[in-house]
Design a protein around this ligand. Structure first.
Ligand code: FES
Ligand SMILES: [Fe+2]
Length: 360
């Protein structure tokens, strides 16, 4: 497909070319230029509670497909490449606890910190071992209850989340408790970008989500842009609708926020409701296929079904239906580049600008 740019002036800008939503070559470039440089949620960092634990996993299956292993050595959790530096065999096949990691192909040994330890029959090799023989370590950082990894970070995690942290960092993140009962994995036939486009505007809410629309105000719905994401604020419609009790000094003190919807480029949504956090990770599994993970952490389970943060399954089904239908439209030979609502689609415009900038 031809290169695209997005006019910085939303009033003039045209949106992404329809072919961008299904192009295999673009998907390969996005993997390298966008996803490899992004921070991705890493629940596996919590899967190694004891020294000597090693837990292999694949980062973003179907997109990055990077074989990694979480390890714990002397209390320090690390995320390492799980590719043997001898000839590429996986080093750790399944979760284990051991004093060192040993590749079963030719017996190369590594410390739990990834350092090369030993290898049979390499006595005569010149300049061996060197740091090239160690397992590569991947950047790992924490924010609130969440661990993140990045293969080649475009910016430090703290910088990536700075503006979102300024808004929701004071909401007692340390008291959030993981609630696995609400875990959901959705999968559907549309580009991850269409799913994000849809998330990044409130314009569709009155048309697509009647129940949600009844809980939040349309006119005061707000989108703020950050260097690496967006923040959308929804406010409770009626005085008795559930809203945050914001701490003194909070930038939104005195307003009745029903939801903070934070999106982090390219594929992560942190939705804060009075009941807690719903994390959505949008995982591309192909140019036109997407998996979305929903994971929850709660402050107050009793508020779960109420307000903007209630009925999330229903809202998800409504969103998937429009996204899958739009994907079919994007495949049509007569499909055209669209335009943006200057008042309600600043988030979508921002996303497309970040994409265009990352692709260069
Ligand atoms: S591939 Fe691991 S020791 Fe040869
Ligand atoms: Fe929606």
């Amino acid at each position: 497909m031809e290169p695209f740019d997005i006019d910085p002036d939303i009033r003039r800008a045209r949106s992404l070319p329809p072919s961008a939503y299904g192009d295999a070559a673009l998907f390969a470039r996005l993997r390298e230029r966008v996803f490899a440089r992004s921070w991705q949620w890493c629940p596996e960092a919590a899967a190694v509670p004891r020294d000597g634990d090693a837990a292999p996993f694949t980062l973003l299956p179907g997109c990055l497909d990077e074989p990694l292993v979480a390890t714990r050595a002397r209390g320090v959790v690390g995320i390492l490449s799980n590719v043997c530096t001898h000839r590429g065999h996986p080093v750790v096949a399944c979760a284990a606890n051991a004093a060192s990691l040993r590749c079963r192909y030719h017996g190369r040994r590594f410390g739990l910190d990834g350092r090369f330890l030993s290898m049979p029959e390499f006595g005569g090799a010149a300049g061996f071992p060197s740091t090239d023989d160690d397992l590569a370590a991947v950047a790992l950082a924490r924010w609130g209850p969440l661990d993140f990894v990045s293969l080649s970070p475009a910016a430090p995690l703290a910088e990536t989340l700075a503006q979102i942290d300024a808004r929701v960092g004071s909401l007692a993140l340390d008291r959030l408790a993981r609630a696995p009962g609400a875990d959901r994995d959705y999968e559907f036939g549309a580009s991850w970008m269409l799913y994000c486009d849809n998330y990044l505007e409130g314009l569709h809410i009155p048309f697509v989500h009647p129940a949600l629309n009844d809980a939040i105000g349309y006119d005061d719905y707000r989108t703020e842009l950050c260097p690496w994401g967006t923040l959308q604020l929804a406010f409770a419609r009626r005085a008795d609708d559930v809203a945050f009790a914001l701490p003194p000094g909070h930038p939104d003190e005195g307003t009745r926020v029903a939801a903070f919807y934070a999106w982090v480029f390219p594929n992560m949504m942190l939705n804060f409701y009075p009941w807690g956090l719903s994390l959505n990770v949008v995982q591309p599994v192909g140019a036109q296929r997407t998996r979305v993970l929903f994971r929850a952490w709660t402050w107050d389970e009793s508020l779960r079904a109420k307000g903007a943060g209630g009925g999330l399954d229903q809202v998800e089904m409504e969103d998937e239906a429009v996204v899958v239908a739009s994907q079919q439209g994007m495949r049509a030979s007569l499909a055209k580049r669209g335009r943006y609502s200057p008042t309600k689609e600043t988030g979508v415009h921002h996303f497309h600008r970040l994409l265009a900038a990352s692709l260069g």
